[in-house]
Design a protein around this ligand. Sequence first.
Ligand SMILES: Cc1cc2nc3c(=O)[nH]c(=O)nc-3n(C[C@H](O)[C@H](O)[C@H](O)COP(=O)(O)O)c2cc1C
Length: 187
Amino acid sequence: MKYDSLILACSPRPGGNTDTAAKLIADTLEQQGFSPEVIYLRQFKIIPCQGCQKCAEEGLGHCILAANDDAQMVLEKILTFRRLFLCSPIYFYHLPAGLKALIDRSQSFYSMWIKEQLKVHRGQAKIILIAGRKKGDKLFAGSQLTLKYFLSTFNYSLEYLDLRGLDKVADLKSNSTILEKIREFAI
Ligand SMILES: Cc1cc2nc3c(=O)[nH]c(=O)nc-3n(C[C@H](O)[C@H](O)[C@H](O)COP(=O)(O)O)c2cc1C
């Protein structure tokens, strides 16, 4: 069992605001003596769930796609680490397709969890969602609901930091107020 942190950066855009947040979290944790692992989700192959429901019959590790891509490996990391930082942009009021594909592929873990066959310890997830728009009451609502049920399978409690008005690739890098908020959130 590892108690260090997994940092999951979920933007398709390299070097953008999500990556800046993920790197800042990693630097902050390293300064405190931790050795977090950063994963850039776009670097991995995630095939969308095909809804075959075979995992409901056979359970964890029996996703028919498991040998063909990296979803199982990433999901097992989420299961093993007990501190997760998940950073993602908002796309069309929700999570980007790559992250949603990973979430759908956790159905095989859900199938075990629902049968009480998934052994998990309690973990803490800190979620940073980044939106380009400054306004919108429900900008983060859909993503938060999805993440709540995704991570409940892995027995994570959730805390959120919602960031608005960050759109261009370097917007976060030049915003010292929000950078400081992220640093505080990481601790
Ligand atoms: C396909 C797409 C859809 C987007 N949809 C939204 C949206 O619904 N609401 C919003 O506030 N920003 C939206 N944005 C803006 C991104 O959330 C914003 O640019 C964010 O900073 C991107 O993060 P990144 O730099 O880490 O890639 C969208 C951007 C793209 C490319």
